[in-house]
Design a protein around this ligand. Structure first.
Ligand code: MG
Length: 207
């Protein structure tokens, strides 16, 4: 099982990180190892190597069959369920990586950096269109992020197709599809809750 994460997939989020950043012309992806998974809404412990650990709430698509070099028009056959995840990011280390042109593993792929909702919802039960979904994230009960998948720069089908030209997708692989605007720093004692189409899926304590 692998975790594929898309960066820069919502315009307003790109602008909040860097006003001068360009909109990518192709999907940008990176990966997290299976040791990054944080399951079952278990608490997240702030790691000691970052002073700016941030949340990124994302729609997660679970791959349901093996595929490589998938054509975009057939990509919808490769996923049936969606959930939510948090792409925990050490923003201070990420800024260093970007400045020095270094890979992102230290800021993105550390242990427990990929929170995953215990439940996934069948896409068919949500209307069937992955580009017509809404998700909401609250920090300590205050709304912080509202995702509308129609605003993705790259659709899920485009992402599945693009990634599969480089990396074979297997059953159970997870794709974190990028975060909308509203990311922010976490402190001990915070609580993240998030819902997909009104269904509460994430409830994570920060310690
Ligand atoms: Mg992200």
């Amino acid at each position: 099982m692998k975790i594929i994460c898309i960066g820069k997939n919502y315009v307003e989020h790109i602008r909040e990180l860097d006003r001068n950043s360009n909109i990518p012309s192709e999907p940008i992806f990176f990966m997290k190892p299976d040791t990054a998974l944080l399951r079952n809404n278990e608490p997240f412990y702030l790691p000691d190597f970052s002073r700016d650990l941030q949340y990124e709430t994302e729609l997660v698509v679970r791959i349901c069959r093996v595929g490589r070099t998938i054509e975009e028009r057939f990509a919808h056959r490769y996923y049936e369920e969606v959930g939510l995840g948090i792409d925990f990011t050490a923003r201070d280390l990420q800024r260093e990586c970007v400045a020095k042109g270094l890979p992102w593993e230290v800021c993105k792929s550390f242990d427990y950096s990929a929170a995953l909702s215990p439940r996934f919802l069948p896409l068919a039960g949500l209307g069937g269109d992955v580009q017509r979904l809404h998700f909401d994230m609250e920090l300590n009960g205050e709304p912080r992020q509202a995702g509308d998948t129609s605003k993705m720069i790259f659709t899920v089908d485009r992402i599945v197709s693009y990634v599969s030209h480089f990396v074979t997708l297997k059953m159970g692989d997870l794709i974190y599809t990028g975060t909308p605007v509203g990311v922010g720093r976490l402190s001990p004692g915070d609580r993240i809750t998030a819902s997909l189409e009104g269904e509460r899926l994430l409830d994570i304590e920060i310690r």
